[in-house]
Design a protein around this ligand. Structure first.
Ligand code: CAA
Length: 380
């Protein structure tokens, strides 16, 4: 599906595709197996301008639109979904949030190195008891003069130990519920900021997922993003865009599953012929391709709405809901087409299934996307 893409979009797509094929794909399985963080590859993504794609050039970014970001995310995730999520968090949660809502001082100090890929960011909203129920924050930040004192635990934080800069959501006035939540910039190495256990995951195994522990961490008041009480809206509005990135990641995994299935079915023989000649296989390929095209249209629609400055929360939720489901189904079908070979690590399709599953969970589960969509429908 190319008709929605302009020349810049196709150029970005081709650059990402080439980089993914040459640099990421040959080593992705090994990183997955050993659970090693792709430090060198992330640095190269930064050099390509892929770590701050939507940030204006004056703040170190590539000055591109969301559609460009979505096509790049798809290509990177097609080769290595772990690199995809690392890139996604830095772009759509950290850089986007700082660019849109940060002060000039915050942009100069934090956004520029993050957008250039010289530093890496993380986004800390989830807690042991605040996943889907994100406003149930237990992390607290108490104002004391010109700084805040932060205490609490954050869970499942992508880029956790590798991030130089973390955007942390915390309660500043528990009596006000969601309106008493604020957002802060916390630097790695700040006294009292430590890490919990590294999570050992089903998929996206070379991304870094940990819990963050804050014990009497002093944060300058100038590191608060927006006003006190703005933190929950900040998180929700930032996540709307983030969901486009994860939908594009899911799309990449689905496309990889389809391409692997097409290639295998032409090469694998059964009953004296390539299995691609069998209608049972042909119908699977047709359904996978159709679902993927529909998901791509939803992803590009949400991105184009965002670029046009129009409301896109419902469409981003639809894109993520659909694309993540398509990714899981495509990976399952790819394994079925590969038979026993699909179930073992010789082929990549078992990784695709393990990587696909998380897209139905993070940045809002499929159930949360349905809440967002249905609330928008009922309000219309
Ligand atoms: N934009 C602006 N404001 C918004 C908003 C949005 N998209 N969504 C909610 N708000 C506002 C509401 O308007 C409301 O403010 P007012 O009272 O002034 O109107 C306030 O926020 C509270 O909203 P709700 O009453 O809707 O809050 P809720 O408790 O019912 O929660 C929810 C809504 C949609 C369920 C939300 O909690 C949610 O999105 N949960 C999922 C959290 C999530 O996506 N977590 C992902 C973690 S990050 C991650 O995964 C990164 C990674 O590792 C890859």
């Amino acid at each position: 599906m190319d008709f929605a893409l302009n020349e810049t979009h196709t150029m970005i797509r081709d650059t990402a595709r080439q980089f993914a094929a040459d640099v990421l794909l040959p080593t992705a399985d090994e990183r997955d197996d050993k659970e090693t963080f792709p430090a060198q590859e992330v640095k190269q993504l930064g050099e390509l301008g892929f770590m701050g794609m939507m940030v204006p050039e004056e703040y170190g970014g590539a000055g591109l639109d969301t559609v460009s970001y979505a096509v790049a995310m798809e290509e990177i995730s097609k080769a290595d979904a772990s690199c995809g999520v690392i890139m996604s968090v830095n772009n759509s949660l950290v850089c986007y949030g700082l660019n849109k809502y940060g002060t000039e001082e915050q942009k100069q100090k934090y956004l520029i190195p993050l957008a250039k890929g010289e530093k890496l960011g993380a986004f800390a909203l989830s807690e042991p008891e605040a996943g889907s129920d994100a406003s149930n924050q237990h992390t607290v930040a108490v104002k004391e003069g010109d700084h805040y004192v932060l205490n609490g635990i954050k869970n499942w934080i992508t880029n956790g130990t590798t991030a130089d800069v973390v955007l942390v959501i915390a309660q500043t006035d528990p009596s006000k519920g969601p309106k008493g939540i604020s957002a802060f910039i916390v630097e790695k190495g700040t006294p009292g900021f430590t890490y919990g256990k590294k999570e050992r995951k089903l998929g996206i195994r070379s991304s870094d997922t940990v819990s963050l522990l804050f014990e009497n961490v002093k944060i300058p008041a100038t590191n608060r993003i927006g006003d006190e009480g703005f933190g929950f809206k900040f998180a929700m509005m930032t996540l709307e865009g983030g969901r486009i990135g994860i939908a594009a990641q899911a799309l990449g995994i689905a496309q990889a599953s389809l391409e692997a299935s097409v290639a295998y079915s032409k090469q694998r023989k059964a009953f004296d012929q390539p299995i691609a000649n069998l209608q049972a296989i042909q119908f699977k390929l047709a359904d996978m391709a159709t679902d993927i095209e529909a998901a791509r249209l939803l992803v590009h629609q949400a991105a184009a709405l965002k670029d046009a400055g129009k409301p896109f929360g419902k469409e981003a939720a639809m894109a993520k809901l659909h694309a993540s489901r398509v990714a899981v189904n495509a990976a399952l079908e790819a394994i079925q087409i590969h038979g026993g070979y699909g179930y073992v690590r010789e082929y990549k399709v078992e990784r695709y299934l393990r990587d696909a599953k998380i897209t139905e969970i993070y940045e809002g589960t499929s159930e949360i996307q349905r809440i967002v969509i249905s609330r928008a429908l009922l309000k219309e």
